[in-house]
Design a binder for this molecule. Sequence first.
Ligand code: PNS
Length: 168
Amino acid sequence: MKIAVYPGSFDPVTNGHLNIIERASRLFDQVIVCVMVNCEKKPLFSLEERKNQLRRVTRHLANVTVDAYDGLLAEYARERGCCTIVKGLRAGSDFEKEFQMAMVNRKLNPDLDSLFLTAEHQYMYLSSSAVKEMGYYGADLSDFLPSQIMDEFEERMKKIANMKEAQP
Ligand code: PNS
C-alpha cells in the first residue's frame, strides 16, 4: 500500500492546498494530510482548529485522512509507514526552500522521497498568508478559500480587527 503524507501549516487550508490533496489522492492508495509546526510562522488557527478545517474540506475523499503532529516530519513518516512526502510547488519562490527541506528530510530518513506537484495556474500565487491579508481588508475570498471554512475564517478575521481597534 502506497501511503503519502502531505504536510503543511494550512493556516488556513486554501483551494490551492485542496487541489494538491485531490490530485495526490488519485496517485496514492492513502494520503495523510498532516498539520505541522513551521517554527517561522505564528499561526492564526490552533493545530486542532486546522485539523478540523481540513477534515471538513476533505470529507469527499475516501482515501484521505487528516492528522496533526508537532515533531519532525521525517520521524512522522517513519512512524506512519509513509514513503513519499507530497508538496505543492508554486512559481519560483518555493523552489529553494522546498529543495532544502526535501534534502533535510531525506538525510533524516533515507527511505523518504519528496514528490512535487506543480500548482494549478489559478493557484500559482495563492498562499495562506495572502488569504489572511486579503481577508483582513475584507476582500472576496470565494475563489481562494473552501466554502466549508469561510464562516469560521471570517469570524476570526472580525475578532482580530476588533482586537486591533480596542488597542490604545
Ligand atoms: O505550509 P508550510 O509552512 O510551508 O509547511 C512547512 C512544514 C510545516 C511542512 C515544515 O516546517 C515542517 O516539515 N515542519 C515540521 C518540522 C520538521 O520536520 N522540520 C524539518 C524540515 S527542514
